[in-house]
Design a protein around this ligand. Sequence first.
Ligand code: IMP
Length: 183
Amino acid sequence: MSMYDDIEKVLLTEEQIRARVKSLGAEMNAIYSDDDLPLLVCILKGAFMFLGDLTRHLNFRHELDFMEISSYGKSTKSSGIVRILLDLESSIEGRHVVIVEDIVDTGYTLDYILRNLGTRHPATLRVVTLLNKPSRREVEVPVDFSGFEIPDEFVLGYGLDYAEQYRNLPFIGVLKPEVYGKI
Ligand code: IMP
């Protein structure tokens, strides 16, 4: 059995993702310049693949840093309780900061990150997310650059996981329901 057999359907193909990440890069290229020297903050682990592709489409000078936030564990539901597992290396005071997220679901995680980073006095604080599930929102959060709006389904691949697996799938897909009990 291959892990591909666990997939019920592909929601976004590799080609669709590639094209949209390129155009998100173009949206950001229109906003930022070398002089801004933005700091892209990749939210681990889900956004690692998105960051890797996005950064190659950016034509302004920028720096990268990483932050890890506690996830749901094996559950597919947000607890609303968020914790920093890995903090930034750099100071963001006076910097132009862009949070790079994989998905905004209930909004709790992003709300926490925005409030936390906001207290560190960045010059500007914006958000780019690959995926957005607006129908699930419980906290209102500003999203400046949004790749795809998707329906209320638990998705994985292209960095997103279920129980730490499937991150390496090159597309965004949905698992067969029977797989949830097995992992
Ligand atoms: P929120 O706090 O509910 O907005 O959820 C944000 C985090 O939950 C994301 O950064 C993901 O790590 C995870 N997450 C939310 N929805 C999904 C999904 O459909 N698949 C995989 N991870 C998800």
